[in-house]
Design a protein around this ligand. Structure first.
Ligand SMILES: *Cc1c(COP(=O)(O)O)cnc(C)c1O
Length: 427
């Protein structure tokens, strides 16, 4: 398959190159220019792994064989994505049944498989910084993957203890470094690593960042999984609300629609970080400083996937009327989580934002789906404060909460990080 750099249009790469590189020249995103035609009804009749393999093979083309893609998907999609009814005409697509209890497991696990293929068996070191969820998903995705070392930097004491335990307790090929600094300093350190060409070369270092095209492709698959669970009579009336931060999730849904999945409309729901809803109304892109909210994984003022949404509009495969944008403030987020609880459905702030936006958008006769992007226990404190009751921990979280964290403290300087990386060379 051919992908084009959205900033430098004469830079064209194939899928595996795009996976390896992550970003193109001038930090441009890679994106396909053509989309395959799919037999939608045939696909909707298949089970998750078979269907997802077929979709990804149609997208990626002959760079990988059908058998290779099937094997990658089998390794990556090892958990369910059930559509759980909360009322007569509304369901939640639960994307949090993976090892780190957030939808990022889908993208991270497929990316891990794709990166191994893209490196064609060469020893690889993944260096990445995390403020929480992404690090855990990446760590689990590469855990015990032969030939791959993973180094994760996180700001010491600045992420929730539960989040920290999810990736610092793994050991084996996962090295975790607690940096004495904030998240921005962690990111700056990772940047310095990539600027150090000799070191990058020596350890064959790559990144596993959120704009990698393989993550986006993996996420397309669960929109099909959602539709497959909608009663046939309602499939032409489906409206899907997505809690959005960097807009990767929304982009994947729009691609599913462009590929022919009969989604009537997508609702992009944001918290107070509402750059996109304001832009949609006024035509002016004005990113204000990021504000902290209850749905903190969506606290993004400059969503880095937005150029891909624009590309779909420019290509004419998505129309402006296919997208509705909506900002949900903190009070409404709290109300939304409470309303869901009254319906007998335990939720958390991110899904709460999407549910509220969906309720505002949904018309009589339509069938609404909102995405459950994280397990409520991952936001235990916020949910307990909102509902005034205690909630339990699922087994995975309870287990690793009692294990020993294996991270090593390092000061926020490049020399310290370099020493740690060079130690891996001897492994
Ligand atoms: C990352 C994340 C989001 C936002 O997804 P984007 O693809 O960045 O828009 C929403 N909810 C949760 C729980 C997340 O971790």
């Amino acid at each position: 398959m051919q992908l084009t750099n959205l900033k430098v249009s004469n830079e064209q790469v194939n899928f595996l190159q795009a996976v390896r590189q992550g970003l193109g020249q001038q930090q441009g995103l890679f994106f396909p220019t053509h989309w395959p035609k799919l037999d939608i009804n045939g696909l909707l009749a298949m089970p998750l792994v078979e269907r997802s393999s077929a979709i990804l093979h149609a997208l990626i083309g002959d760079e990988l064989t059908a058998a290779e893609i099937k094997q990658m998907v089998t390794m990556a999609f090892t958990f369910i994505a059930p559509l759980v009814p909360v009322s007569d005409d509304i369901s939640c697509l639960e994307l949090f049944h993976g090892p780190t209890l957030a939808f990022k497991d889908f993208g991270a696990r497929f990316m891990a498989q794709a990166l191994v293929k893209a490196q064609s068996g060469k020893k690889t070191t993944i260096v990445t910084a995390t403020s929480g969820d992404t690090g855990a998903a990446v760590a689990h995705a590469f855990y015990k993957q032969p030939g791959v070392q993973v180094v994760i930097l996180f700001p010491k004491g600045k992420i929730s203890p539960l989040q920290e335990k999810l990736f610092t307790t793994l050991g084996e090929n996962i090295t975790t470094l607690a940096v004495e600094g904030d998240f921005d300093q962690c990111q700056a350190l990772v940047k310095q690593v990539f600027d150090h060409k000799a070191l990058v070369e020596k350890l064959s270092i790559t990144s596993a960042n959120s704009i990698n095209i393989s993550r986006l492709f993996a996420q397309i698959c669960y929109y099909f999984e959602a539709m497959a669970q909608v009663p046939v009579a309602k499939r032409e009336q489906v409206v899907i609300a997505v809690p959005s931060g960097n807009f990767g999730n929304l982009t994947a849904g729009l691609i599913a629609k462009a590929l022919g999945l009969p989604i009537k409309r997508m609702v992009a729901a944001t918290n107070a970080n509402d750059t996109v809803p304001r832009y949609w109304r006024s035509g002016q892109w004005l990113a204000k400083p990021t504000v902290a909210t209850l749905s903190n994984a969506m606290d993004v003022a400059a969503p880095n996937n937005w150029p891909r949404v624009e590309a779909l509009l420019t290509q004419g495969v998505i129309a402006r009327s296919d997208i509705e944008t909506m900002k949900v403030d903190e009070d409404d987020t709290v109300l939304s989580v409470r309303q869901l609880s009254q319906l007998g459905y335990l939720s958390e702030p991110h899904a709460g934002v999407a549910y509220k936006a969906l309720k505002r958008s949904l018309q009589p006769g339509e069938y609404g789906i909102f995405l459950g992007t994280a397990h409520p226990a991952k936001f235990k404190e916020q949910v307990e404060n909102i509902l005034g009751t205690l909630i339990g921990l699922p087994e995975t979280l309870a287990r690793c909460a009692s294990e020993q964290g294996l991270s090593k403290d390092i000061p926020a300087n490049f020399f310290a990080l370099e020493q740690e990386l060079l130690k891996l060379e001897q492994v």
